[in-house]
Design a protein around this ligand. Structure first.
Ligand code: ZN
Length: 246
């Protein structure tokens, strides 16, 4: 089975459409690691797409916030404005679907899905040190996580952790051959708001028979997404940052 791993779509319909055009015919099933909404200007169309197309979805912190399950005091001002806007503009049935999403970890045919980390759905696994602390709690040899919006992840062996490199700007794809005796903590990157200084939409495909993970980056209509963010009256920084991918 080839699993298309999507994370942190963040209501960016232009980015999601580009990913789906790019990955057409290369996957069998879709899973989503959370943050379907928040920041972007298309919460309804993106939520409805995920509802219809993803076989398995767990919630992210922005899904919780936009569904009213999180105290917005903990959010930075920009995220808070966007969460309130999403609450006010999204259809009730989509909000209630977001509110019912399960928190990770979730088991999915031979791998684990988490939004932040296996210990805490809201934890950021960014550094080697973060990965080292998380490694003993990995219940499955393959865990996909999101939340950081940084494509890549970590290879965890006994006592050591190695970070995966970035996808080459020119090639746009990278292949990871999975080895036995290694625990993998893998991040497909963010579809809708990349933060690794590459503005292209990110995704991954995990082929469990071939034991390969393909990481990919896809250019998309950034201007279109930015226009919608500006027209919605959302903070300008949410449009600007899409240009830089951070
Ligand atoms: Zn996110």
């Amino acid at each position: 089975m080839r699993f298309l791993i999507l994370s942190d779509i963040h209501a960016n319909w232009e980015a999601l459409q580009a990913v789906m055009a790019h990955v057409q015919g290369k996957y069998d099933q879709i899973v989503c690691l959370g943050d379907v909404v928040g920041y972007g200007a298309d919460p309804d169309v993106v939520t409805e797409w995920v509802r219809e197309n993803a076989a398995n979805t767990i919630r992210g912190n922005h899904d919780k916030a936009c569904a009213g399950l999180e105290d917005l005091e903990w959010f930075n001002p920009i995220a808070r404005i966007s969460a309130v806007w999403t609450q006010q503009t999204t259809k009730a049935e989509n909000i209630s679907w977001l509110a019912k999403l399960p928190g990770g970890p979730a088991q999915c045919d031979g791998f684990q899905m988490v939004h932040g980390s296996p210990l805490d759905e809201d934890e950021y696994v960014i550094t080697d040190q973060d990965a080292r602390q998380t490694a003993p709690y990995l219940e499955s040899p393959i865990t996909f996580f999101g939340h950081t919006h940084l494509q890549g992840g970590f290879l965890c062996t006994r006592g050591s952790v190695r970070r995966l490199g970035q996808v080459d700007q020119d090639v746009g794809e990278a292949f990871l051959e999975l080895q036995p005796d290694i625990f993998y903590l893998l991040n497909p990157g963010s579809v809708g708001q990349p933060r690794d200084n590459d503005p292209r939409a990110a995704y991954a495909v995990y082929d469990d028979a071939a034991k390969i993970v393909v990481y990919a980056r896809v250019p998309y209509d950034i201007e279109g997404a930015q226009k919608k963010i500006r027209d919605a009256g959302l903070p300008e920084i949410l449009a600007r940052r899409l240009d830089f991918g951070n």
